[in-house]
Design a protein around this ligand. Structure first.
Ligand SMILES: O=P(O)(O)OC[C@H]1O[C@H](OP(=O)(O)OP(=O)(O)O)[C@H](O)[C@@H]1O
Ligand code: HPA
Ligand SMILES: [Mg+2]
Length: 179
């Protein structure tokens, strides 16, 4: 697996430190807790599980499954909902937890979709942000790292479903996905 990585962009330690900082920012904004974290399957699974444990607050979690990349390294531009929420979010404080904002297509769609259910607040927490690639206007409220325009894997992020289990975030070698 390591042979497919061009360069380590963020080490396990750097990620851990930043996740703890993000948790502190969220605690400051929601001191009374009672938050719903919505993880976006599957990429955010590792991040949401670490973030949740770093939060010293009353929180619950739910998941949505959407897919726009499929087995490719380019977005299809079409977001499909594969699994909706299990719980009502009306009047609740909700944070969407994502691994990455790339073109913004996925989050823009999800944000509008969830906003229509009238949560009290709706925020976005994403570990990675690739601003150079943005196609639609959407920003994270809590952002871990701004990264350059390169296809990254690890810590939940995949290429063709692989590499999600790398403990760090690495840039994938171009010949892996340009074949
Ligand atoms: O800003 P965008 O260009 O929309 O890209 C970001 C989205 O793409 C990836 O999901 P993917 O569709 O690959 O599903 P996955 O989480 O199961 O890997 C990633 O996890 C984000 O959800
Ligand atoms: O750089 C990326 N890596 C993995 N999945 C992604 N989905 C959007 N951008 C990326
Ligand atoms: Mg993916």
């Amino acid at each position: 697996m390591e042979g497919a990585i061009e360069k380590v962009l963020l080490t396990e330690e750097e990620i851990k430190k930043r996740v703890n900082e993000l948790a502190k920012e969220i605690e400051k904004d929601f001191p009374h807790g009672d938050l719903i974290l919505i993880g976006v399957l599957k990429g955010s699974v590792i991040f949401v599980s670490d973030l949740m444990r770093a939060l010293n607050l009353k929180v619950t979690m739910d998941f949505m499954a959407v897919s726009s990349y499929g087995m490719s390294s380019e977005t299809s531009g079409i977001v499909r909902i594969l699994k909706d929420l299990d719980f009502d979010i009306e009047g609740r404080d909700v944070i969407i937890v994502e691994d990455i904002i790339d073109t913004g297509t996925t989050l823009k769609y999800l944000y509008e979709y969830l906003k229509a259910r009238h949560p009290r607040t709706l925020k976005i927490c994403c570990l990675l942000d690739k601003p150079d690639r943005r196609r639609v206007n959407i920003e994270g409220d809590y952002v871990g790292f701004k990264i350059p325009d390169a296809f990254v894997v690890g810590y939940g992020l995949d290429y063709a479903e692989m590499f999600r289990n790398l403990p760090y975030i690495g840039i994938l070698k171009e010949d892996i996905y340009k074949k």
